[in-house]
Design a protein around this ligand. Structure first.
Ligand code: 5AD
Ligand code: SF4
Length: 440
C-alpha cells in the first residue's frame, strides 16, 4: 500500500513529515508522489496563522472527492492544527471523510491507527498529551541528501502573547546530546554536508537537562561545537533563536565556528518597545541592537535575517514607524514579514484595539518596500565577489540552472550539471536580486 504526505507549515513540520514517512515505511507502506495513486493520504497541518488553517480547510475539503471516488482510501490529519480541541471537534462535524485525527504527541502511532481505520469503526481521534517521548528511536526518511534536519528540542516555554505554539507543542523538552550527535553522525555518514538544528527556541537548549541544582547540563553552544566537530559537516544552521536568550558570549562562541558564523536568523517581531512588551518577548530594542552590533563587530561578513509581525493589537502609526526606523537601523539582509493573526486561546487574541485588516495590509506593504530596498542593496555588495555555494539541486524557477546557498545563507542561482549537487563550489557573483544572487 502506498502513502502520500502533504505538509503545511514550518521546517519543524517538514521534519516531522520525514519521521512520519520513516514510521510508515518501517510498517511496510511505500511512499508515492501522486495523491491520486495513494491508498493512505496524510495531511501534516500548521496553525501558526489563520491563513495556514484556511489553506488546510480548503485542501481537506478537496479530499472529499477522492474519498467519494475511492472510499477505501485512508485519510489522516496530523500536526499542530489538529492538536487544538476546537479543531478536532469541528472535524467530527465537517470532516467525516477524515479517518484519523492525531495531534502532535501521537504521530508515531499512525501505523497502528491505520490498521484500526481499515477495519473501519468511524473517525479515530487521539490528541492526548500523555506521550511526550522524543522520537529518538524513530526512523526518518530524509527528503534532502544535502541538509539533514535534526531536532534538538520540542515545545516552547516562552508564551509570546500572539503565539499558539506552546499550546499545541507543549513545554520545552531538550533531547539528549548523545541522541542529537548520533543522528548527526549518521546523517554525515550518509553524505549530508549541512545540519539544520531544530527547536522552537534553540537558545534555551539544555535548561531542562542535568541533575537538579548542578550546573552540568549541555547548552546550545555545546551542541553547536559538537555538531561542527562531526567529520564531513561543512555547515551548521539552527532555527529558531530567541533574542532574550542570545548572549554576547554565544556570539563569541559562534564566531569561532566557521561552519556557523556567517549567518544569523534572529526574530525581532517588532521594533517598538511598547509592542515588544505586550508581545511578552522579554527584550527591548536597545538589547536587540546590542546583539546585532556585537555580531557585526565579531563577523562583519555575516548575514542577519529576522521575522516581523505587523498590526499587533494596539500598534499605532507611531509604533509602526518605530519598527520601520529600527529596521532601517539594523539593516537586515532579509525579513520574513507577517500580518498579525489572532490565534484562539492566546492572550493577544483577547486584547483590545485589534488593528483593522486594511491597516495591517497597508503597513505590511510599507515594511516590505523598505526591506526590499535594503535586501537589494545588501545583495548588490556581493557582485564581483567569489562565494562558496553548497549546491542543493535544480532551480525551481528555471530547471536549466542550479540553486544553492552561500555560507551566509543567500540563495545563488548558478550554472552547472547535477554532479555538482551536494558539492561546495566557488563561483563569482554576477547579479543580485531582492531574494537571491546570480552566478551566471
Ligand atoms: N500572527 C502572525 N505571525 C505570527 N508568528 C507567530 N505567531 C503569529 C501570529 N499569531 C510569526 C512570528 C514567528 C514566525 C515563525 O511566525 O514572526 O517568528
Ligand atoms: Fe512562539 Fe515565542 Fe515560542 Fe517562538 S518563542 S514558538 S514565537 S512562543
Amino acid at each position: 500500500m502506498k502513502f502520500y504526505i502533504k505538509t503545511f507549515g514550518c521546517q519543524m513540520n517538514e521534519h516531522d513529515s520525514e519521521i512520519i514517512a520513516g514510521v510508515l515505511q518501517q510498517a511496510g507502506y511505500r511512499p508515492c508522489d501522486e495523491l491520486d495513486a495513494a491508498d493512505i493520504i496524510v495531511v501534516n497541518t500548521c496553525c501558526i496563522r489563520e491563513s495556514a488553517e484556511n489553506k488546510i480547510w480548503g485542501y481537506i475539503g478537496n479530499l472529499k472527492n477522492i474519498k467519494y471516488k475511492r472510499p477505501g482510501v485512508i485519510i489522516a490529519m496530523l500536526g499542530c492544527m489538529t492538536q487544538q480541541t476546537t479543531i478536532s471537534a469541528a472535524l467530527k462535524r465537517y470532516g467525516s471523510h477524515i479517518d484519523i485525527v492525531l495531534g502532535t504527541y501521537q504521530q508515531h502511532r499512525l501505523p497502528e491507527y491505520i490498521t484500526r481505520a481499515m477495519i473501519g469503526n468511524g473517525q479515530i481521534v487521539d490528541i492526548s498529551e500523555d506521550n511526550r517521548d522524543f522520537p529518538d528511536e524513530l526512523p526518518c526518511v530524509r527528503t534532502s541528501g544535502v541538509t539533514a534536519q535534526v531536532n534538538i528540542s520540542y515545545g516552547c516555554n516562552n508564551f509570546c502573547s500572539y503565539c499558539i505554539v506552546p499550546y499545541v507543542r507543549g513545554r520545552e523538552r531538550s533531547r539528549s546530546l548523545n541522541a542529537i550527535l548520533s543522528e548527526i553522525r549518521e546523517a554525515a555518514a550518509a553524505g549530508s554536508k549541512e545540519i539544520m538544528l531544530l527547536g522552537q527556541n534553540v537558545n534555551s537548549y539544555g535548561k531542562d537537562l542535568g541533575e537538579a541544582g548542578q550546573n552540568d547540563a549541555p547548552d546550545f553552544a555545546t551542541v553547536l561545537k559538537a555538531a561542527c566537530a562531526v567529520p564531513g559537516i561543512k555547515r551548521v544552521r539552527y532555527m529558531s533563536s530567541h533574542p532574550r536568550d542570545f548572549s554576547n558570549a554565544l556570539v563569541d562562541e559562534i564566531s569561532k565556528l566557521p561552519q556557523v558564523r556567517s549567518y544569523y536568523h534572529l526574530p525581532l517581531q517588532s521594533g517598538c518597545d511598547k509592542t515588544l512588551k505586550a508581545m511578552n518577548r522579554g527584550y527591548d530594542t536597545a538589547r536587540y541592537a546590542a546583539i546585532i552590533d556585537h555580531i557585526r563587530e565579531q563577523t562583519p561578513e555575516a548575514a542577519v535575517t529576522t521575522d516581523i509581525i505587523v498590526g499587533f493589537p494596539g500598534e499605532t502609526e507611531d509604533d509602526f514607524q518605530a519598527t520601520l526606523d529600527f529596521i532601517a537601523r539594523c539593516r537586515f539582509d532579509a525579513a520574513y514579514t507577517f500580518l498579525y493573526s489572532p490565534r484562539s486561546g492566546t492572550p493577544a487574541a483577547k486584547m483590545a484595539d485589534q488593528v483593522p485588516l486594511q491597516v495591517k495590509k497597508e503597513r505590511l506593504q510599507r515594511l516590505t518596500a523598505l526591506q526590499n530596498q535594503i535586501s537589494l542593496e545588501k545583495n548588490q555588495t556581493y557582485i564581483g565577489q567569489i562565494v562558496h555555494v553548497l549546491v542543493e539541486g535544480p532551480s525551481k524557477n528555471n530547471p536549466e540552472y542550479l540553486t544553492g546557498r552561500t555560507e551566509s545563507n543567500k540563495i545563488v542561482i548558478l550554472r552547472g550539471g547535477m554532479e555538482l549537487v551536494n558539492q561546495i563550489v566557488a563561483v563569482k557573483i554576477t547579479g543580485a536580486k531582492t531574494w537571491h544572487l546570480e552566478a551566471l
